[in-house]
Unconditional design. Structure first.
Length: 209
């Protein structure tokens, strides 16, 4: 049951990476191996760090409080993912920035813009995601992982298994997303974030059983 839960969490966290890579493939924007490695490493490390913090936190609170917090975190993130299109439209509205500001890749407002529109990561319009651009993309993709990793720790999951599944899922998502998008070569009107939302909500309610 623990392995299945970890696999579902890793899958839910990798879907945004798949969607971003798919969009790049459709636009013929390539993600070089080094950039793909950077994205995978940062996404996995961020989730792992929040997991470690969550594990330490879980040792000083009662088990029922940990279970309640895990439910709340996963449920809230799950609902947010179900309403992904609304959430990102709001972010887009308040993160319209100038070209000059966009070139400041570590600007927090730019990171939020990339979260809402991953294609914005290609700031120099080079049709290739550079190492610096990969860092920004990875940070934006890691925002959900901060909360989910913390929640996973409160659920009592094994950190090493969680990291292994996260690493595999993110690597596969970037590789497959880019290849599928390149084959399709056109943007399709679909949003798979609701799948991640449904998975997280299901895991949240599993804490009550």
């Amino acid at each position: 049951m623990m392995i299945l839960g970890i696999a579902m969490l890793a899958l839910s966290l990798s879907l945004d990476a798949f969607a971003a890579a798919f969009a790049y493939g459709c636009k013929k924007i390539t993600i070089p191996p080094l950039s793909a490695f950077i994205i995978t490493l940062i996404c996995t490390a961020t989730a792992g760090l929040s997991f470690v913090i969550g594990t330490a936190f879980a040792t000083v609170i009662p088990a029922w409080v940990a279970a309640g917090l895990a439910f709340a975190i996963l449920f809230i993130i799950g609902v947010a993912k179900l309403l992904d299109s609304i959430t990102k439209s709001i972010v887009r509205k308040y993160t319209q920035i100038s070209k000059e500001l966009k070139m400041s890749l570590l600007n927090f407002k730019f990171i939020l813009q990339v979260y809402a529109d991953p294609e914005a990561a290609d700031a120099d319009v080079s049709k290739s995601i550079s190492s610096h651009e990969a860092i920004v993309l990875a940070v934006s993709l890691s925002l959900d992982g901060l909360a989910v990793g913390f929640g996973a720790a409160l659920m009592g999951f094994n950190v090493w298994i969680f990291l292994m599944f996260s690493l595999i899922a993110n690597s596969a998502a970037i590789l497959l997303g880019g290849k599928v998008g390149n084959k399709v070569s056109q943007n399709l009107p679909f949003n798979i974030s609701w799948v991640a939302g449904a998975v997280l909500i299901a895991l949240a309610f599993a804490q009550l059983i």
